[in-house]
Design a protein around this ligand. Structure first.
Ligand code: HEM
Length: 549
């Protein structure tokens, strides 16, 4: 019709095509802009920075450390403000009082998780569910909106990760942290070569998750299964980014026939499910042959009362494997910080040495789990807390969504709105932390701070959907740290200045959900080679009767 009009007006065909394309683009952009203004107006009474037409505030955060941009904006707009990324309105919570009001006092208000186009509709495609099923059964706990199925999955994960359960995992933690030290020692050719740490740290984290979850582990970090999990989980973390995927903010981009992104996202999602179903099937086979060893999913499979479907089991398993991705950045930042601050290395080593001797132990025998039981060395415990405060791995948490219409300080947050907890800002809230920009483990030993329940590491989130693995994580970090300190003097790679451990400049990866330090190598000089070799003993090929893959 319109081309007929152009013909009537004697416009050449190529100009007619260009005008038609421009006209169609204008209609799409105008529709988008109207919808952007309408959704923005639903968050009435909540202040926020004015954005540009079409893109909203996207240009101010994309490719930038959004957590710091938001922390600065809170000084102008208040602790709770709204932003708009394309057509998506988001509420950002930036201080302790507001976070406690919304995430604890009104905890059911923000207990859901948002449904995003990139993650929920491409990476982990929502199948057409049977009437009685939740469409989110196969989603990990951390990405499931709140419903009956999510409640079951969360309960299973939280039971498996509570304090009592974690105590029973002591032999696993002992074994894996020792194997971590062995790998560092061997890869570094007994302290002669610098080591590329990232895959070794990930090997520790992933083995911990696989052993706890499926009762299996990977012998080396160059096995095909290890590479597959490493690659897939890194891609998943990027797909879960809260500010990077344009199709989440501009619905019209979802119809771009030339974009290969959706196919790639779906492939990654399928590969993730394939790995986890394979591990699940192998576990079921071992259970049938009675060759399995106790593990979280095994316990659920054997429990006649357990109400989880196979899809939900997959969801729980994927949550625990994904958790490995949050542990990894913490150890990376810890080692970097110790390399750049040798005085802290000596101080912590000295504290460990004194503790072992006070307990009547032998320094040459290596710290056992007993040394780490209940994080007994106060300054090392305080150091781990300060690392988590100063370098929170998930700086913007995991996105929440309002579960019901909610009112905060006179402003409206309609059900379904995405809500981000700026953990980075909470951990630097000057109302709670004196001199928050300074790395100071002693703050955790101060009796006044200890008596203040708000003097707290916010890195695991808050309220109904907080991280159920904080107790496990503390144990892993603490035990890894005391064993690292005992075994090695940590140094920069010779000929380099060592890693940049500034919490913002030290990480160029703003795209992923987690915030890892940029890759670096480190020299791990054994403190006492003979004692270390003796402590490590022969490399075990099996653990608890189970051969490593
Ligand atoms: C340093 C390590 C870790 C940090 C800093 C961390 C942090 C977080 C944060 C910030 C959340 C979102 C909390 C909220 O919305 O309030 C979360 C959720 C979660 N984390 Fe962790 N995490 C870590 C390790 C782990 C590990 C090792 C596991 C599993 C073994 C794990 C399992 C989970 C699960 C299942 C959820 C989802 C909870 C829900 O949605 O109900 N995390 N984590």
């Amino acid at each position: 019709m319109s081309l007929n009009l152009f013909t009537a007006l004697d416009v050449p065909w190529y100009l007619a095509t260009i005008y038609a394309a421009l006209g169609a683009t204008l209609v799409v952009l105008l529709t988008h802009e109207v919808s952007r203004l309408l959704t923005q107006s639903t968050l009435s009474g909540i202040p926020g920075p004015t954005g540009l037409p079409i893109i909203g505030n996207l240009h101010q955060v994309k490719g930038k450390p959004a957590f710091e941009v938001y922390r600065q904006w809170a000084k102008t707009y208040g602790p709770v403000f709204k932003i708009q990324l394309g057509s998506m309105p988001i509420v950002v919570v930036n201080d302790n009082d507001a976070a406690r009001e919304l995430f604890i006092s009104q905890h059911s208000a923000v207990m859901s998780r948002p449904v995003t186009y990139t993650f929920h509709k491409t990476v982990n495609y929502i199948p057409t569910a049977e009437k009685h099923e939740s469409p989110f059964e196969t989603f990990s706990v951390g990405t499931s909106p709140w419903d009956a199925s999510c409640k079951q999955k969360r309960r299973a994960a939280a039971t498996a990760l509570n304090m009592t359960a974690v105590r029973t995992y002591a032999p696993i933690l002992e074994f894996e942290t020792k194997e971590f030290i062995r790998e560092l020692f061997e890869e570094g050719n007994h302290g002669k070569n610098a080591v590329y740490l990232k895959p070794l740290i990930y090997h520790l984290s992933i083995n911990m998750s696989l052993t706890l979850n499926y009762g299996t582990r990977l012998l080396t970090f160059d096995s095909p299964l290890f590479r597959e999990i490493f690659e897939v989980e890194a891609a998943i973390s990027k797909f879960r980014s809260t500010s990077e995927h344009l199709a989440d903010f501009f619905p019209f981009l979802r119809y771009n026939p030339f974009s290969g992104q959706s196919k790639y996202a779906r492939d990654i999602g399928n590969r993730r499910k394939a790995v986890n179903y394979k591990l699940l099937d192998e576990l079921q086979e071992r259970i049938q042959q009675d060759t399995d060893r106790p593990c979280i999913i095994g316990n659920v499979l054997k429990d006649p009362q357990a109400k989880l479907s196979r899809k939900e089991l997959l969801g729980v398993s994927m949550s625990i494997v994904a958790g490995a991705d949050s542990n990894m950045p913490t150890l990376g930042w810890t080692i970097a910080y110790l390399i750049q601050n040798p005085e802290w290395q000596s101080r912590l080593y000295q504290a460990l040495k004194e503790h072992i001797l006070e307990q009547g132990g032998d320094l040459n025998e290596g710290p056992g789990y007993a040394t780490a039981e209940e994080n007994t060395i106060p300054i090392i415990d305080a150091f781990v807390r300060e690392i988590l405060r100063f370098f929170p791995p998930l700086r913007m948490g995991i996105p929440r969504a309002a579960y019901k219409d909610t009112v905060y300080a006179g402003g409206n947050i309609p059900a379904g709105t995405e809500v981000l907890l700026n953990i980075w800002a909470l951990n630097r809230d000057p109302a709670i932390f004196t001199d928050p920009e300074t790395f100071d483990p002693y703050r955790w030993l101060d009796p006044v701070n200890k008596a203040n329940p708000r003097h707290y590491v916010y890195s695991f989130g808050l309220g109904a959907r907080n991280c159920p693995a904080s107790f496990l994580t503390y144990r892993i970090l603490y035990l890894s740290l005391i064993r690292l300190l005992w075994a090695f003097q940590l140094e920069a790679e010779p000929g380099t200045d060592g890693p940049d451990c500034h919490p913002i400049h030290g990480s160029k990866n703003t795209a992923a959900l987690g915030q890892p330090i940029d890759d670096y190598n480190a020299l791990l000089r054994p403190r006492n080679v003979e004692a270390l070799v003796e402590w490590l003993g022969e490399k075990p090929l099996a653990f608890g009767g189970l051969k490593s893959e």
